[in-house]
Structure formats: C-alpha cells, structure tokens
Write a protein that binds this ligand. Structure first.
Ligand code: GUN
Length: 285
C-alpha cells in the first residue's frame, strides 16, 4: 500500500505557482482572488483559512468580502458584477453553502466565466464535458484528484472507476474528467441499490458523500485505488474521510489520507486556476 500524499503534491504545485506569480510581478502584475463569504459556517471558515494561506504562500493577493446571512441574492449579484469589472481582480469565489433563501444558480450565473476560478459556471462546466483539452478553469476538487493521479503516474485509461457521490461540484465533474481520460465510469449515489456490488469491481473508488466509514475493506477489491474526498468531523473532534483508512490500507494499492489527501489538492488547484485566469486576462505567457 502506498499513500497518495496530497500535502506533498500540493506543496510542490504551490511552489511552482509562486514562481509564475513572481514572473508576473516583474511585469507589475499580481493575480488576485476575491472571496465572498456569507455567514460564519465553521466548515466554510476553515476552508477559507486554507485558501488564504495558500494565496499568501504563493503571492496571490486576497480580498475577502463578508456578508451576514441577511444578505439578498440581488446584493450578492451586484457585488459580483462589480468584481467582474474590477481589472485588479482575476478570480471570484463564492464560498458554499449559501443560506437557503439565496438562489445559488443565480449567484454563480453572475460570475464572469473568465474569473470563475471554482469552475462552477455553466460555461466552464459545459466546456469540460467536451474533452480534456477544454478543461480550463475546471472544478478544483476533481482537478485535484486528476493532478494527484498525474503526479503518481496512475493511468486511468481502461480502468473501472466508481465514483460515490453525484454532486455538481465533485461527483459529476470528476466523472467527466475520468471519462475524458478513457476510464470506464460509474456514478453511485444515495439511491444506488447495491453500492458494494459496484465498488467491489472497481479499480478506482472515489468517494465524496460526507459519511464517515462508508467505504469499508469488504467493499473493495485487492489492489484497488481509493480516493477519499470526504471530510467529516467526529464527535471527538477528529477529522476523517468517507473511507475506513485503517481497514483499507492492508488491502489497497493506493489510498489518500484524510486530512492530507484531497483537501490540500483542492486548494492548490484553486491557486492554479487563479494564476491561469490572471495570465489569460493579461495575455501573459
Ligand atoms: N464549499 C465546499 N467546497 C467548496 C468549493 O470547492 N468551492 C466553493 N466555492 N465552496 C465550497
């Protein structure tokens, strides 16, 4: 068994990106990320802290715009329009989840696709479905999984990949990205009748549902690759993923730890998207 070390891969990505930022700074340019946070959801605060740290490490400028949960959809859309026009801002990120009274699709629709560093607008999501070469400002968490496979020379072509979780920000885009690389892809979700029947035949199991210990040793085949995208806080305060790491590590070939697997990869892909967006906006090579 070997570890897919997200902290290491992400650290190397950030190091490379900091050189790109330095090159831009020589031309008096600096990538800037604007983050909109509504309310004070503890998970959101923790994610944002990691994103801010990565910006500081790489030299990407950071602006955080905080709103109370009383904010309206119109107010958020107006702020996004302002950021779309601001020539110093290259990336706009609206931290999810938003309160129930906000209509999230309208908020994302307002973001200029050129600044959509989360890759959540219909334009960027749609492009990603065309082919690998159109994956540009693609969603950060699934892109992080792909970057990790690239780093460890894991070729997914022809492999049986089973994704557990069908969210718009992880499961569905990850399926498209794996398909773009010629894996055979199945997406399972909360209504799947016999989850284990699917995961047992998988060469690659990617799980992103937010349920601790959902994937256990008896559910995977010997030599599988397990990518754990879940992030759950147990009652004792410990953070764990969706896979039972202790049970699985004896049986699988590769596995991501939680924490230290997909989380840091998401953050470095966000910085990659921000630097890429800034370079494109300024026609900087
Ligand atoms: N909330 C949980 N994950 C994400 C993410 O990748 N992007 C945003 N904007 N919000 C999130």
């Amino acid at each position: 068994m070997a570890i897919l070390d997200g902290r290491k891969v992400s650290g190397e990505m950030l190091e490379r990106l900091s050189h790109d930022v330095k090159r831009m700074q020589l031309s008096h340019l600096q990538p800037k990320l604007a983050v909109i946070l509504v309310g004070d959801n503890p998970a959101s605060l923790s994610y944002i802290k990691q994103k801010k740290k990565a910006c500081e490490k790489t030299g990407v400028a950071w602006e955080q715009i905080d709103y109370s949960t009383a904010v309206t959809t119109d107010e958020l859309v107006a702020k996004i329009h302002e950021l779309n026009k601001d020539i110093k801002t290259h990336g706009i990120l609206v931290q999810l989840p938003l309160p129930d009274h906000i209509f999230t699709p309208d908020v994302f629709k307002a973001i200029d696709p050129k600044k959509d560093v989360d890759g959540f607008t219909a334009y960027n999501l749609g492009k990603m479905f065309l082919s690998k070469s159109f994956e540009d400002l693609a969603p950060c968490t699934p892109m992080g999984v792909i970057r990790m496979f690239e780093y460890y020379d894991i070729d997914v072509k022809g492999k049986e990949a089973v994704i557990v979780g069908h969210s718009n920000i992880v499961g569905k885009p990850l399926a498209a990205m794996l398909l773009n690389r010629d894996a055979t892809v199945t997406i399972c979700h909360v209504h799947t009748e016999d989850l284990a029947a699917h995961t047992k035949r998988a060469d690659i199991v990617c799980v992103a549902v937010g349920k601790a210990n959902l994937i256990t040793e008896d559910m995977v085949k010997v030599g599988a690759i397990v990518v754990d995208i879940g992030f759950n806080r147990l009652d004792n305060g410990k953070m764990v993923g969706d896979a039972d790491f202790k049970g699985l590590e004896k049986k699988v070939n590769w596995i991501t730890p939680v924490p230290g697997g997909c989380g840091p990869m998401t953050v470095s892909c966000l910085i990659e998207n921000t630097v890429r967006a800034a370079m494109r906006i300024h026609n900087f090579k």
